[in-house]
Design a protein around this ligand. Structure first.
Ligand code: UDX
Length: 447
């Protein structure tokens, strides 16, 4: 199928490359001519496992191209994905101006019957606004547009795998024609009929659930899913506070909870809070959406408050032990908002670094992938080439991102580099007994 993807950020690039990988002819469009040049030259503006080789492979195969020309992009496209940015507004709501702009351009330049698919994270009722905008600005006499919602659930660091092997595909449509187009688009993924670039012996034992709903329900599924995952994390973090006060061990508590299939073990890892470009933004946006519908989403406001509080928890914990932070060197191991990504958007590590810098501490950070972006976001942060350099003369090490490499470090060497062997494991990712035996003052979360 001829597919156009408008917006080649995280969501757009993964969508474009994966759909080309499973056989469709895809053109990626972006206003950023520099980014389009990079992509055409085979470079990638983001770090995401498997994506670079996939983009290269599908470009060479002639199934993926890029342009900054919207007319060229939408020409003859049977389906057009809107994957533009929906940044947060000061009131927490989502800024939909890029979605509107993309819609007006499609209305102006589309040359055939086409399905417009919202894939960006958008508030409920956005699809209705897209339909209205197409009707008002559509140049096509017969207004041959269908609109659908197809929320994405990919995680950074595993986006290609999540797109090709999703738990489910959700499509919100208002007619059978739109449903048919989306079924055709996703058939190779639903049936597992594609050559998997990730798993050599990829055998799919069941068809991927293909959930068809109305457009508004699909839009709500996205915000509800992210908000519920954020709620699970904040619940675990609240439990960690109780464990610290009552003497339990959060790892044992969440393990015991998670063995109940109704609860599930995933997303119960307590720590220094959730970050990234999705959870913090989507929780606030969903509170706003609910408010605009006349519902006070107090539960979700608390999820947000608890998460803000987590960042302060780490600074308070250090003060409890180090007393004065001014003039002390603090090492941060991990700056990305989570492992396997170079993304530092809303990263708890950077929030903590800013707070420590405000307190007059010297903050020395190390991250295997995200250092450049962290330095751009927080120039006052001292970036170090390796964890040992970051630990030099430090009075504490705070583990902020659970990159697997930190478990395998030469910890005696870390200890020797430090002024005081204080370790705050903000992700409960390290071996407490091993480190205590080495002479570290080990502080975990909720244990
Ligand atoms: C998330 C959703 O998982 C994905 O479905 C959606 O499409 C986009 O948003 P992502 O932002 O990439 O994906 O990150 P995710 O892996 O979900 O982690 C989000 C944050 O929660 C990270 O900061 C992570 O460290 C934190 N987290 C995650 C916890 O603190 N505890 C957990 O148990 C799990």
């Amino acid at each position: 199928m001829k597919v156009c993807v408008i917006g080649t950020g995280y969501v757009g690039l993964v969508t474009a490359a994966c759909l080309a990988e499973v056989g469709h002819h895809v053109i990626g469009m972006d206003d950023d001519a520099g980014k389009v040049q990079t992509l055409k030259a085979g470079g990638l503006p983001i770090y995401e496992p498997y994506l670079e080789e996939m983009v290269h492979r599908t470009v060479v195969a002639g199934r993926l191209t890029f342009t900054a020309d919207v007319a060229e992009a939408v020409r003859e496209a049977a389906a057009i994905f809107i994957c533009v940015n929906t940044p947060p507004l000061p009131d927490g709501g989502a800024d939909l101006s890029y979605v509107e702009l993309a819609t007006r351009r499609i209305a102006e330049h589309a040359t055939c019957r086409t399905l417009i698919i919202e894939k960006s994270t958008v508030p409920v009722q956005t699809g209705a606004w897209i339909e209205k905008t197409l009707a008002v600005y559509g140049k096509r006499p017969d207004g041959e547009f269908d609109v659908a919602s197809n929320p994405e659930f990919t995680r950074e660091g595993r986006a290609v795998e999540d797109f090709l092997h999703p738990d489910r595909i959700v499509v919100g449509v208002s007619n059978a024609r739109a449903e048919q187009t989306l079924r055709e688009l996703y058939r190779p993924i639903v049936d597992g009929r594609f050559c998997c670039p990730i798993h050599s012996d990829c055998r799919q034992d069941r068809a991927v659930p293909f959930l068809v709903t109305d457009i508004r329900s699909a839009e709500l599924i996205k915000h509800a899913s992210n908000s519920f995952l954020a709620l699970k994390i904040s619940f675990a973090n609240a439990l960690a506070d109780i464990c610290e006060r009552a003497g339990g061990d959060i790892l044992q508590v969440t393990h015991g909870m998670g063995l109940d299939k109704r609860i599930g073990r995933s997303f119960l890892q307590a720590g220094i809070g959730f970050g990234g470009s999705c959870f913090p933004k989507d929780v606030k946006a969903f509170v706003k959406i609910a408010e605009q519908s006349g519902y006070d989403f107090a539960l979700l406001k608390e999820v947000d408050r608890l998460n803000e509080q987590r960042r302060e928890w780490a600074v308070a914990r250090l003060k409890q032990v180090l007393w004065i932070l001014r003039g002390k060197r603090i090492a941060l191991f991990g700056l990305a908002f989570k492992p396997d990504t170079d993304d530092v958007r809303q990263a708890p590590a950077l929030h903590i670094a800013r707070r420590l810098l405000d307190e007059g501490a010297v903050v020395q950070g190390y991250d295997p992938q995200a250092a450049t972006k962290a330095g751009q976001a927080l120039p006052a942060l001292t970036l170090c080439p390796d964890p040992y350099a970051a630990a030099a003369q430090a009075e504490a090490v705070v583990l902020c991102t659970e990159w697997p490499m930190f478990r395998g470090l030469d910890w005696p060497r870390v200890k020797a580099a430090m002024l005081r062997p204080l370790l705050l494991d903000g992700r409960n990712a390290l071996d407490r007994d091993q480190l205590t035996a080495l002479g570290f003052e080990y502080l975990g979360v909720g244990r």
